[in-house]
Design a protein around this ligand. Structure first.
Ligand code: 5AD
Length: 346
């Protein structure tokens, strides 16, 4: 039996088996269709749409790849008022979103009470709330949970500690791992993920990322290609490869059949059909941006971000037609991962 067939059955691969599959493009189509089959069998045919509310691009961190890094003085910074946040959330809910993903750079410009009020107000509008706010204190995570937040996304970015240290000056890899453990302990539906194609990132290190996600039993994992940003120290790097990112995502699906996997915007930036292809090789979630006006362009992690001139209403319509053209229905549920539902029932 081929490695791919074996993984399709038992959801296990060793590090060297992963590296072997990543090293050759010979079996890519088999890998992509196996990932799609596993996704449909265990996580269903439905696609969850989640509205991404990029509510502030202020950031105190220094990540070498990211356009929001504190040192980037070229970027015009913004911070939405709580009223604007609730207004965008309300509109998104009226377009049919069941989850609002509140994402921002890492900053302390909102008071804890203010954040908690936004969380509980959005919850009261009937949507579930996912947060993506970076590394916080245990007590803050607890407060978000008490306010009604359901999920939290914190990518580890890379599990390779040497590589992490090079790309994240003044940050602590062990604290990031700690934050992920806290989030799980507090009971969030927890998501992580990594960047593919970082400078000096080896296939071994990518294999370790995948095994880390599996071992940690996350509920959601996002895989995105690294896209060099001219306003960062990695301006002249080569950047990630779409096919490699798609393969890593497909392998992730073989290893973790029940989790939610987004078809990332970064994939769409590298390939005009990026999200569509991702939805045909393991992904089951799409997160269109629901902020309006100039904010869409100002949340500039990397250049070439898609749909910056569109309205949220247009995006919702456009993505729905793309997904239904694939024969995949749009989910009308809360959008919890099957993994999380199973865990809750246990
Ligand atoms: N290319 C691709 N993804 C990026 N991110 C940040 N900068 C880049 C980039 N240049 C991703 C990080 C972060 C997420 C919000 O955006 O993985 O966790």
């Amino acid at each position: 039996m081929s490695l791919i067939q074996k993984a399709k059955e038992n959801h296990q691969l060793s590090s060297s088996e992963i590296v072997k599959l990543l090293s050759s493009d010979q079996h890519n189509e088999e890998l992509f269709s196996a990932a799609h089959e596993v996704r449909v069998k265990y996580s269903g045919e439905e696609v969850h749409l989640k509205g991404l509310l990029e509510f502030s691009n202020l950031c105190k961190q220094h990540c070498f790849y990211c356009g929001l890094r504190a040192e980037n003085r070229q970027l015009k910074r913004y911070k939405l008022s709580p009223i604007e946040v609730l207004d965008f959330a309300q509109k998104a809910i009226s377009y049919g979103y069941h989850t609002i993903v509140m994402q921002s750079g890492e900053n302390e410009s909102y008071r804890l009470e203010e954040l908690c009020e936004m969380i509980s107000s959005i919850r009261q509008m009937g949507a579930s709330v996912t947060l993506s706010l970076g590394e916080k204190r245990y007590e803050e995570y607890e407060a978000y949970k008490r306010a009604g937040a359901d999920r939290y996304l914190l990518r580890i970015e890379t599990t390779d500690s040497r590589l992490y240290a090079k790309l994240h000056p003044k940050m602590s890899h062990s604290n990031r791992f700690q934050c992920l453990r806290w989030l799980q302990e507090i009971g969030f539906e927890t998501g992580s993920g990594s960047l593919i194609g970082l400078p000096h990132q080896s296939l071994d290190s990518i294999a370790n990322d995948l095994l880390f996600f599996q071992e940690s039993d996350f509920d959601m994992v996002g895989i995105g290609p690294f896209i060099p940003n001219p306003e960062t120290p990695l301006a002249n790097s080569k950047g990630g490869d779409f096919i490699l990112a798609r393969k890593v995502m497909a392998l992730l699906r073989l290893l973790m059949p029940y989790i939610n996997i987004p078809a990332t915007t970064a994939m769409e930036t590298l390939h005009p059909l990026g999200r569509t292809l991702a939805l045909e090789s393991g992904a089951n979630v799409v997160m269109p941006v629901i902020t309006e006006g100039e904010y869409r362009a100002l949340y500039k992690l990397y250049p070439g971000k898609v749909c910056i001139n569109d309205t949220p209403a247009h995006c919702r319509h456009c993505i729905t037609s793309k997904i239904t053209a694939l024969g995949q229905p749009i989910s009308s549920s809360r959008g919890d991962s099957r993994r999380f539902i199973i865990r809750q029932q246990a």
